[in-house]
Design a binder for this molecule. Structure first.
Ligand code: ADP
Ligand code: MG
Length: 158
């Protein structure tokens, strides 16, 4: 049986692995920095670079929630996309993430944006992240750390 594409680690010449980080509850900056440290707590993920923090207004969800801090980080990892997503969700939970209100306020949101040029469309995992291209709060920090040619290629390959 062939492994699904989400179970295979990135090749050596992949186009880079990028995640989005967001927070609009509690000490947002401290949470994002803690999440970056958490990602590196085991040897199999390295944070290559991280954008600056961008303050943005919430999109959708209940009225009256506070602004977000958003960032994008490039990772280097031998994990597969599935394994990486599981790690992201585990770190969200550790920071008290609850999913009771759709688009509701969250201490921490971690999304897998791009995984070395891979196109994945499976239950519970879509890469490139389907809503990223329309979200300035993702694209602005991403453009700080990912070159325009790579982004255009990823977008075409979608
Ligand atoms: P959003 O981040 O779009 O506001 P949620 O964080 O509430 O939404 O939803 C995350 C769920 O979406 C996860 O449980 C995960 O299974 C699924 N999902 C699918 N593709 C991705 C991806 N590329 N990155 C993160 N989560 C994803
Ligand atoms: Mg999410």
């Amino acid at each position: 049986m062939v492994d699904p594409v989400s179970d295979q680690p990135a090749g050596p010449d992949g186009m880079g692995i990028y995640i989005a980080l967001g927070s609009n509850l509690g000490d947002r900056e401290a949470t994002i920095h803690a999440a970056l440290r958490d990602l590196e707590e085991k040897v199999d993920i390295r944070v290559v670079r991280c954008s600056t923090l961008h303050e943005t207004e919430p999109v959708g969800g209940p009225a009256g929630q506070g602004p977000y801090l958003n960032a994008v980080a490039q990772l280097d990892t031998g994990l597969s996309p599935r394994e990486l997503l599981a790690r992201l969700l585990e770190i969200e939970r550790r920071h008290g993430r609850r999913r009771d209100v759709p688009n509701g306020p969250r201490t921490l949101d971690l999304d897998l944006l791009l995984f070395g040029g891979r196109v994945i469309d499976e239950d519970g995992l879509t890469v490139p992240h389907p809503r990223m291209w329309q979200r300035p709060f993702v694209m602005q920090p991403l453009e700080e750390i990912c070159d325009a040619v790579t982004l255009a290629e990823q977008r075409r390959g979608r």
